[in-house]
Design a protein around this ligand. Structure first.
Ligand code: MLT
Length: 400
């Protein structure tokens, strides 16, 4: 009999968004006549922009001709795509070398797989609440996690405890689920702390495109010293609506070099290259071409139109919660609105209450950590019409 990875026994039975999908499916099966509005998982509804569609068509045609057909691609991704991403960083005032960029199928896989580069006896600091993949992927490989509390008192932006040593730090900004976003000073404090502790920051910037205030950093590399202590993960899922198309990128600077227990130098860039070239055969040529296209001037403009659409939805939700006097966070530099469950409900009770009474699906805060147990997340990625309808139903349900 094989010995199984018993760390899986420590996980909840199902992944948060699978649980929500199951509960919603069970409800719709029982009540086929009641139309459900899904504002739970952060899945986009706007179609891909024209630039991406054009690049996809052209690449498909190339694959159909012997002269332009492509087999396996370069292990870190095509130079055209990596250069386009480096130029996108530059446009936002940040220098990132194209050879530090690895193209992937999304930030979820990479934030999960990165655990393989680290030993099992590190102090791993993860904010609570946060995207559940960080905790689950560490649990799967038997790592112990230390939590840092995000709460209403710190506006869901926890800061380092300088009396505590840590080795690996997860940061997601703008944060999933709360929408809170660190400013330069706050991120600098994290970078300085990581440098002092010789720690590595695993920085998830999947929602950076939602930042509209030029005073807020869109990348950890906007902070001096970050190239010596941070890996950054980003995704085209939210920036360009690639949730179904699948493409992301991870930046592993060559400056990230640490010493092994027997005194040898280990480069995280080399290790990630070794890991990816062994276990991943790359994002398809067709998709990488579409990714390069969305980082063109025209592509950025077209994607921004979709982002503006979602921001308008976020405002509809925020205005409704304001009117109903339900305290909330986020919704400005983020597609997510994080609100206090009304009437003292816990978050799964709130989930059932909304589904049963107004057929609106959201995400219970408890799925993001203990500190989320009295909060609830709505996404602005629905259609405008369904968002307005959901908020009309909220008004009827919660009007005092
Ligand atoms: C979310 O709803 O938190 C995200 O869509 C999940 C993801 O990006 O994997």
């Amino acid at each position: 009999m094989p010995k199984l990875n018993e760390n899986y026994l420590q996980l909840k039975d199902s992944y948060l968004f699978s649980e929500i999908a199951h509960r919603t499916a069970a409800y719709t099966e029982k009540h086929p006549d009641k139309p459900v509005i899904r504002l739970g998982i952060g899945d986009v509804t706007r179609p891909l922009c024209e630039c991406a569609i054009k690049a996809l068509h052209e690449s498909v045609d190339e694959m159909g001709q012997a002269a332009t057909f492509k087999g396996y691609g370069p292990e870190q991704g095509y130079a055209k795509t990596r250069d386009a991403i480096a130029a996108y960083y530059k446009r936002n005032g940040v220098d990132v070398d194209a050879d530090a960029i690895f193209i992937s199928d999304g930030a979820k896989s990479d934030t999960g797989n990165i655990t393989e580069l680290f030993g099992h006896d590190n102090v791993i600091l993860i904010p609570d609440p946060v995207y559940p993949v960080y905790v689950d992927s560490n649990t799967m490989c038997g790592n112990k996690v230390t939590y840092i509390s995000g709460n209403a008192d710190n506006d869901f932006l926890p800061m380092p405890d300088h009396s505590q040593h840590v080795d690996v730090i997860y940061i997601c900004s703008p944060n999933n689920p709360t929408g809170a976003c660190y400013n330069y000073e706050q991120l600098k404090e994290w970078v300085d702390y990581a440098l002092e502790n010789e720690a590595v920051i695993l920085y998830d910037s999947a929602y950076e495109a939602f930042i509209s205030d030029p005073e807020l950093p869109r990348s950890i590399y906007a902070i001096e010293g970050a190239r010596k202590c941070a890996i950054e993960f980003c995704s085209l899922s939210k920036t360009a609506g690639f949730t179904g198309t699948r493409c992301g990128y991870t930046v592993v600077p060559k400056e990230l070099v640490f010493t092994s227990s027997d005194g040898r130098e280990m480069s995280l860039n080399t290790m990630w290259n070794r890991r990816q070239s062994t276990k991943y055969n790359g994002t398809s040529y067709i998709v990488q071409n579409a990714a390069a296209a969305i980082f063109s001037e025209e592509g950025i403009k077209e994607c921004q139109e979709n982002l503006n659409y979602y921001k308008k939805n976020a405002k509809v939700i925020a205005d409704t919660l304001t009117e109903l006097q339900i305290p909330f966070y986020g919704g400005i530099h983020s597609p997510y609105i994080w609100f206090e469950c009304p009437n003292g409900m816990d978050s799964w009770t709130c989930f059932d209450y909304l589904l049963e009474n107004i057929q609106v699906v959201g995400t219970p805060g408890a799925g993001f950590g203990e500190n989320g147990k009295n909060y609830f997340r709505l996404t602005s990625f629905g259609t405008y019409e369904s968002t307005v309808e959901a908020m009309n139903r909220f008004k009827k349900l919660f009007a005092k």
